[in-house]
Design a binder for this molecule. Structure first.
Ligand code: PAF
Length: 277
């Protein structure tokens, strides 16, 4: 496994790879969810590139960029046994040099859900992911279903900009009690860790209604709201039952639907989702 920081050195190392390339882009502080992406990339591609870059442009002014968890030594130890070929940890100075002024923006899809709460977030994500695609030239890129809207937005960008690669979206990995793995779970201390289960419980309760035949999306949204309101440490940002592809809120659920929610537990903002149907 080769670890590289500089852009020029990375380009040389990339050129030396022969065969198919799988890319797993991350912001580090890796957990089992990331490792599951790397394992799948390793099973499907001849070479695996992992990028670790806490991308400043996807954080809003009041968000947690400076305190976002970072531990490169720990990350490298976790991925060493997985047979990753290149780990690239670009610097913000090389990704966004002084005078930088080019952005990639996916329009309608990024106005809803996470995009409505975090207005500049997706422009930062799509810009950095487009740059990573250009630089790493992958055949396949791996993302987690945990960031459901991000996966939908990136698929749209890949289609619209004709990136010659396949996007693979891998299932959410959860703790034994149902909490979806996230680098931000590190912030959950004491009673907040238990309270964070409210996201999973709300999704489960809505899914149960669906399993019993409820097809009015509003009933599912109301159920999720009711459960979140009962947890005093939780502050709801949104709950949604939307079309999987357009992310438009549904009235009646006919095909597949995305149940999703964003909730603050204390100062920690968590998201989670289930796919129905
Ligand atoms: O999902 C993430 O960790 C980030 O949004 C990504 C895709 C690595 C872009 O910075």
């Amino acid at each position: 496994m080769k670890t590289i920081i500089g852009l020029d050195e990375f380009r040389l190392a990339r050129r030396a790879l022969h065969g198919t390339v799988g890319l797993v882009p991350t912001m580090g502080y890796l957990h089992e969810g990331h490792l599951s992406l790397l394992r799948r990339a390793k099973a499907e591609c001849q070479n695996v590139i992992l990028t670790i870059f806490v991308n400043p442009t996807q954080f809003g002014a009041n968000e947690d960029l400076s305190k976002y968890p970072r531990d490169l030594k720990r990350d490298l130890a976790l991925v060493e046994p997985l047979g990753v070929d290149l780990v690239w940890t670009p610097t913000a100075e090389e990704m966004y040099p002084s005078g930088y002024q080019t952005w990639v923006a996916v329009e309608a899809l990024t106005k809803k859900l996470e995009g409505a709460m975090r207005p500049s977030h997706f422009q930062g994500v799509t810009t950095v992911v487009a740059k990573l695609f250009n630089l790493t030239q992958p055949d396949k890129a791996y993302f987690g279903q945990k960031d459901a809207q991000q996966a939908t937005v990136i698929r749209q960008m890949v289609r619209d900009l004709n990136f010659p690669l396949e996007v693979a979206v891998c299932p959410i990995v959860r703790e034994a009690d149902g909490l979806a793995l996230s680098s931000r779970n590190k912030y959950l201390e004491g009673a907040d860790r238990q309270a964070a289960l409210v996201l999973f419980h709300a999704l489960n309760a809505a899914q149960e209604l669906y399993a019993h035949g409820e097809r009015h999306a509003e009933m599912l949204r109301l159920k999720m709201k009711e459960i979140i309101k009962a947890e005093r440490r939780a502050q709801m940002q949104y709950v949604s039952c939307a079309d999987m592809d357009t992310l438009e809120e549904l009235d009646l659920i006919k095909g597949k639907a995305l149940l999703s929610l964003a909730v603050f537990i204390g100062q920690t903002r968590l998201i989670d989702n289930f796919i129905l149907g």
